[in-house]
Design a protein around this ligand. Structure first.
Ligand code: HDE
Length: 708
C-alpha cells in the first residue's frame, strides 16, 4: 500500500475488497471447495434410516453453525458501524506531528462504531444510556482509535472501579432484570456510595441519554490527551465530535415506545441515511491547554469527571468526518471491530488520567477471548493500511505467512530486520514527562470536588431540559424499591440543588433533604452544555401523512413536493397498504399501515383536507392516536381545510386552531399549523418545513400540563 497515496479512503476499501466474497452465480461448496450435490437431505441408511457418520457435509455445516456466536462485549455489546473518511481543515503542524492532521487534501479512511453501553446485543437502541462513539482512523502511520462517548465525563475517576460500576448497572444477578436500564436498586445504591458519579448522572439523566439519532449526537474523548509536535513540544487536549445536524433528543415516552415499535431505530436511521446519500458529518474539535497552564483551573484537568467548560477553553474545529459507506457484513465488520486506547500514532500521547491509564490495559485484554486469540489485528476490519512487520508469530487463526527463519531480535541472520525507527523516521517516541512519586493507593486531593460541575450542569440547562431531567429522576429513582436508597439519592443531589432534591423526594415518596446549606453555587454556567442552541435543520427528517380515500390531491402534492425539495422524507400512512384515491380519483401509494408504523417513527405529521377522507379518519382510533402522540411529543403537526375539524375533535382542550378563523389564514400555535379555506398551500408548507426544522416545540409541554 503506497504511503504517499493521497486517497487513503480507497486504500482501506481496496484492502477490504481482497476479503469480500459473493456467491452470485457460484456453485455451493464445502469449506474445502468441494461442490455439494444436496444440502437439504442428510446422508441416511435408507430413506427412513439413521443418519450416517460419514456425512462430512452435514457435520461441517452443523459444526460451523454451532459455533457461529462469539462472546458479546461486556459493555457496549449493541452497536452499529459505518465507513467514511476524515479530512483535516488545515495543517495542525504547530500542535501535532500526527500525519493525518497535516494535509487537508488527504482523506484518511475511518470506521465508526456507535453503541449503547448497558444492554445486551439484542436490546433496544433507544433506551436511556450513554452512547459509545468509537472511531478507527486508518492513517498512514498506523491505526489511531478514538474511543469516545456521547457524554464528556465518566462515572468514576479510577479504572479499578470500572467492574464495580458495570456490575451495579447491569441487570441484577439473581434474576437478570432489568435489561438495558439504570433504573434499579443496585445501580442507585452504587451511586450514593460513589459520589464522584454525581456529574455523570447529570448527563445520563438529561436528554443526552436518549438521542434522536446517532447522526445527531456529540462525541467526547473524555480524557485529557496530549498533542506533540515535531519539536517535541506538547499541549494538553480534549477531543470533541460535533454533528453538523445539531444535537437532538427524543422524549422519554417516545424512546420507550420506540424500544417496542422499532428496537433497531438508531441503526436503521444510520443505515438509511447513508444509503440515501445523506452522509452524516461530524466536525472534529480540540480544546487545547498549554502545558504551563495545567494548574490554572479550579478543577484538575486530569480528572475525567470534569469538563473543560467550552466558554473557558474554546473548541477549535480542526477537521470533518463524513460517513459515506455502509458495512457489507455486520458480523465481519461491526462485531469483529476491536478498538483499543493503545492504538495511537506519533503526535498524540497519553496523560496520567487514572481512568485512561486503566483503559490502556482493558481494551487489548478484552479482545483476546472475544475474538479468540492474539491475531485479531489481522481480521480485515482491524488491519492497518500501513505495513505491519515485527517478530510476533503464531497463535490462533494466524493468517500472515511470515517468510524466513528469523523471529527474534537482535539477529545477525537477517541484518537485524525488521529495524526499529527513530523519531525522525516516524518511530513512536513516548512524551518524556517527568514522573516522580511514591507507590501509593490514594486519590489526589484535587479530585475531591464532586458537586461544583454537577451544579454547573443543572444551572446551564434550559427550562424544558430541566423539566425532562427532573422527570427522568422520577422514573429512575421511582423504580428503586428500597426507600433507604431513594432517601440517600435525595440527600446526595441536595448538594447539587435543593429544588431538584425536593422534586425527586416528592415524586418518589421519601422525605425532603435533611441537609441545609449544602447546595453548591456554581461559579459559572456553561451554555454549551445545553442542547437548546444547537444546529436546527429540516433536512433528512421524516414526515408522515395520514390519508384515506377522498383526500384533496393538490394539497398532498404541494406538501410532498415542498418537503422533498427540502430533502425531507415523506411516508403516506393509511389503514390499508395499497393505494388511496383522491376526491378526483388520483391514486397515491400507501407506504405504511397503522400496524407497520407509529407516530414515534416520524418528526412531524401532516393531514390534508377532503371531506370523505376526514370523515373516515374520524372513525380510525389509530389515526387519532397518531395525532395525540405527535402532539404530546411536541412535534410539528399540520392540518389543512377539513382536517382542522379532525384536530379540534382529537385535541379539544389543548390548542387554539384555525377552526375559529377562516379565509386562508395560517394559524401557528406552538408548531400546530392549521389553515382553512385554503386553495394554495405554498406558505403553509414552507412554514411547516420551518417548524419541522425546530425539532420540537417544547413550550407545548407546559400548556399540556396546565390543561391536564
Ligand atoms: Fe470502555 N470498554 N472502558 N469506555 N468503551 C469497552 O472494550 C473500559 C470508558 C468505550 O465499539 C470494552 O472492546 C474501562 C470511557 C466505547 O467496540 C472494555 C473503562 C469511555 C466502547 C472497556 C472504560 C469508553 C468501549 C468492552 C474505565 C469514553 C465500545 C469491549 C477505565 C471515553 C468500543 C471492548 C466498540 C468498550 C473498558 C471507560 C468508551 C471492557 C476499563 C471513559 C465507545 O475493554
Amino acid at each position: 500500500m503506497a504511503n504517499n497515496d493521497k486517497n487513503m479512503k480507497d486504500a482501506k476499501d481496496n484492502q477490504l475488497n481482497e476479503y469480500r466474497n459473493s456467491s452470485q452465480g457460484e456453485k455451493l461448496t464445502t469449506n474445502q471447495g468441494v461442490r455439494v450435490s444436496n444440502t437439504s437431505e442428510s446422508l441416511k441408511a435408507g430413506e427412513r434410516g439413521p443418519t450416517i457418520m460419514e456425512d462430512f457435509h452435514f457435520r461441517e455445516k452443523m459444526t460451523h453453525f454451532d459455533h457461529e456466536r462469539i462472546p458479546e462485549r461486556v459493555v457496549h455489546a449493541r452497536g452499529f458501524g459505518a465507513h467514511g473518511y476524515f479530512q483535516v481543515y488545515e495543517s495542525m503542524k504547530d500542535y501535532t506531528k500526527a500525519k493525518f492532521l497535516q494535509d487537508p487534501s488527504v482523506k484518511t479512511p475511518v470506521f465508526v462504531r456507535f453503541s449503547t453501553v448497558v444492554g445486551s446485543r439484542g436490546s433496544a437502541d433507544t433506551v436511556r444510556d450513554v452512547r459509545g462513539f468509537a472511531t478507527k482512523f486508518y492513517t498512514e502511520d498506523g491505526n489511531f482509535d478514538l474511543v469516545a462517548n456521547n457524554m464528556p465525563v465518566f462515572f468514576i475517576q479510577d479504572a479499578i472501579k470500572f467492574p464495580d460500576v458495570v456490575h451495579a448497572i447491569k441487570p441484577e444477578p439473581d434474576n437478570e432484570i432489568p435489561q438495558a436500564s439504570a433504573a434499579h436498586d443496585t445501580f442507585w445504591d452504587w451511586v450514593v456510595n460513589n459520589r464522584e458519579s454525581a456529574h455523570m448522572i447529570m448527563w445520563l439523566l438529561s436528554d443526552r441519554g436518549i438521542p434522536r439519532s446517532y447522526r445527531m449526537m456529540e462525541g467526547f474523548g473524555v480524557h485529557t490527551f496530549r498533542f506533540v509536535n515535531d519539536q517535541g513540544k506538547a499541549h494538553f487536549i480534549k477531543f470533541h465530535w460535533k454533528p453538523l445536524l445539531g444535537v437532538h433528543s427524543l422524549t422519554w415516552d417516545e424512546s420507550q415506545k420506540l424500544a417496542g415499535k422499532n428496537p433497531d431505530y438508531h441503526r436503521q436511521d444510520l443505515w438509511d441515511a447513508i444509503n440515501n446519500g445523506e452522509y452524516p458529518e461530524f466536525e472534529l474539535g480540540v480544546q487545547i491547554i498549554e502545558e504551563d497552564q495545567e494548574f490554572n483551573f479550579d478543577f484538575d484537568i486530569l480528572d475525567p469527571t470534569k469538563i473543560w467548560p467550552e466558554e473557558q477553553v474554546p473548541v477549535k474545529k480542526i477537521g470533518k468526518m463524513t460517513l459515506n459507506r455502509n458495512q457489507d457484513n455486520f458480523f465481519a465488520e461491526t462485531e469483529q471491530a476491536a478498538f483499543h486506547m493503545g492504538n495511537i500514532v506519533p503526535g498524540i500521547d497519553f496523560t496520567n488520567d487514572p481512568l485512561l491509564q486503566g483503559r490502556l490495559f482493558s481494551y487489548l485484554d478484552t479482545q483476546l477471548i472475544r475474538l479468540g486469540g492474539p491475531n485479531f489485528h489481522e481480521i480485515p476490519i482491524n488491519r492497518s493500511i500501513a505495513p505491519v512487520h515485527n517478530n510476533q508469530r503464531d497463535g490462533f487463526h494466524r493468517t500472515t505467512i511470515d517468510l524466513g527463519k528469523v523471529a527474534y531480535r537482535a539477529n545477525g541472520i537477517d541484518n537485524n530486520d525488521p529495524a526499529t525507527a527513530s523519531g525522525q523516521e516516524g518511530g513512536f517516541e513516548h512524551y518524556q514527562e517527568k514522573v516522580d512519586g511514591v507507590k501509593i493507593r490514594q486519590r489526589s486531593e484535587s479530585f475531591k470536588d464532586h458537586y461544583s460541575q454537577a451544579a454547573m450542569f443543572y444551572h446551564s440547562l434550559s427550562d424544558h431540559e430541566k423539566r425532562h431531567f427532573i422527570k427522568a429522576f422520577h422514573f429512575e429513582v421511582g423504580s428503586v424499591k428500597d426507600p433507604k436508597i431513594k432517601q440517600q439519592v435525595v440527600e446526595m443531589f441536595s448538594n447539587v440543588s435543593h429544588e431538584l432534591a425536593n422534586a425527586i423526594a416528592q415524586s418518589v415518596g421519601v422525605q425532603p433533604p435533611q441537609s441545609t446549606n449544602n447546595e453548591v453555587k456554581p461559579k459559572m454556567t456553561s451554555p454549551a452544555i445545553s442542547q437548546a442552541k444547537t444546529n436546527f435543520k429540516a433536512q433528512t427528517r421524516k414526515v408522515g401523512i395520514l390519508l384515506t380515500d377522498g383526500f384533496k390531491f393538490n394539497e398532498v402534492q404541494e406538501m410532498m413536493t415542498a418537503l422533498r425539495n427540502n430533502d425531507v422524507h415523506v411516508e403516506v400512512i393509511s389503514k390499508n397498504l395499497g393505494q388511496a384515491h383522491s376526491d378526483q380519483n388520483e391514486p397515491v401509494e400507501i407506504k405504511q399501515n397503522y400496524s407497520t408504523t407509529h407516530s414515534v417513527m416520524y418528526d412531524a405529521l401532516y393531514i390534508p383536507g377532503g371531506k370523505q377522507h376526514i370523515d373516515q379518519l374520524m372513525k380510525h382510533k389509530e389515526a387519532k392516536d397518531f395525532i395525540k402522540d405527535t402532539f404530546a411529543h411536541a412535534k410539528t403537526l399540520g392540518a389543512s381545510n377539513e382536517a382542522v375539524n379532525l384536530l379540534s375533535q382529537v385535541l379539544p382542550a389543548h390548542i387554539s386552531l384555525a377552526g375559529d378563523q377562516s379565509n386562508n389564514e395560517l394559524f401557528n400555535d406552538l408548531g400546530v399549523l392549521t389553515i382553512q379555506q385554503a386553495s394554495n398551500l405554498s406558505d403553509f408548507s414552507q412554514t411547516f418545513i420551518n417548524e419541522l426544522a425546530k425539532h420540537r416545540h417544547w413550550e407545548r409541554e407546559l400548556k399540556d400540563e396546565k390543561q391536564a
